[in-house]
Design a protein around this ligand. Structure first.
Ligand SMILES: [Zn+2]
Length: 320
């Protein structure tokens, strides 16, 4: 079987403008796209065109009134939505739908055989977005919408989401904490030191979902081997027991030592190693089905280096 890696990108993703000096800026995707072009990777990837996520899929995880309020805020030229860190422009609503739709298009591609695995270079990011609350630069929870889509449109039963963004994915956790069919696992900086303040080890899901949320907070200045040890010894065994039909990575690259927003010490090599471990797991357990979705990462050099490495890993998982 030849691995055929898909790549979701659209120039329109650059149009979401959260305001001057906002760290979640269009340059993040410009840097990634430039690297994918100039490295020649672009010629080896299957380009996947995103579409605006239909309302019916957005409202699988978000309250319809919330979606409408966001639409209205953009129509009325508001510059923030719900919280000061969620800067918006008139096009933000459409682009946030296109961001979520990037994961739907990725799902279509892996389920129809157009691609084996996919990297989604999308923005705005999604993992902080709650049922009815925009938070932390996020409006629609891209991975959550994608997980529901894979279940309901394509009949996949169990989806696992591994979130290695340095910030806890509060939105994704809350959306699935009572659901035993979506396993959410997060590795992040200790909530007492870092936004958004959730993600303690004791948060393990609720009701029927108890045991299907796992949180691994790390103290500031943790490094590659701290993460890799937890990934190999705790995350992989838990994933193997769950036997997901598809693995989604909420991939932020803001735990890197040079990222300006957090206090961790991961290296480029550490991110590559984590990617390899999870790609190998998807190969063994999920029929290769792996969708990596960009979340945070605010140092442009780090972002383009780590994304290039990760895409090459997706293409070469046989060599792992
Ligand atoms: Zn983050």
């Amino acid at each position: 079987m030849k691995v055929n890696t898909g790549y979701v990108f659209d120039e329109r993703y650059l149009r979401h403008d959260p305001g001057t000096w906002h760290p979640e800026r269009p340059d993040r995707l410009r840097a990634i796209q430039r690297r994918v072009m100039f490295s020649g990777l672009i010629n080896e990837l299957t380009l996947i065109q995103p579409y605006e996520a239909p309302l019916e899929w957005l409202t699988r995880v978000h309250h319809p009134d919330y979606v409408e309020r966001f639409r209205q805020a953009c129509l009325k030229n508001y510059t923030i939505f719900q919280s000061p860190d969620n800067g918006i422009c008139p096009e933000s609503y459409a682009i946030a739908r296109l961001s979520a739709g990037g994961i739907l298009a990725a799902g279509d591609a892996i389920m129809t055989g157009q691609a084996t695995n996919v990297f989604c270079a999308v923005r705005p990011p999604g993992h902080h977005a709650e049922h009815a609350q925009a938070m932390g630069f996020c409006f629609f929870n891209n991975v959550a919408i994608g997980a529901r889509y894979l279940q309901e449109k394509y009949g996949l039963e169990r989806i696992a989401i591994v979130d290695w963004d340095v910030h806890h994915g509060n939105g994704t956790q809350h959306l699935f904490e009572e659901d035993p069919t979506v396993f959410y696992i997060s590795l992040h900086e200790d909530p007492s030191h870092c936004y958004p303040g959730t993600g303690h080890r004791s948060e393990k899901g609720k009701g029927p979902g108890l045991g299907y949320t796992l949180n691994f907070p790390f103290p500031p200045r943790s490094g590659d081997w701290d993460y890799l040890e937890v990934l190999e010894e705790e995350v992989i065994p838990a994933l193997a027991a769950f036997r997901p039909d598809c693995l989604i990575i909420s991939a932020g690259f803001d735990a890197h030592a040079n990222d300006p927003l957090a206090h961790m010490r991961l290296s480029r090599t550490g991110f590559a190693r984590m990617g390899r471990v999870l790609a190998f797991f998807a190969q063994e357990y999920c029929q290769f089905r792996l969708i990596t979705v960009l979340e945070g990462g605010y140092n442009l050099e780090v972002l383009e280096d780590c994304v290039e490495d990760h895409i090459r890993i997706l293409q070469n998982i046989f060599d792992s």
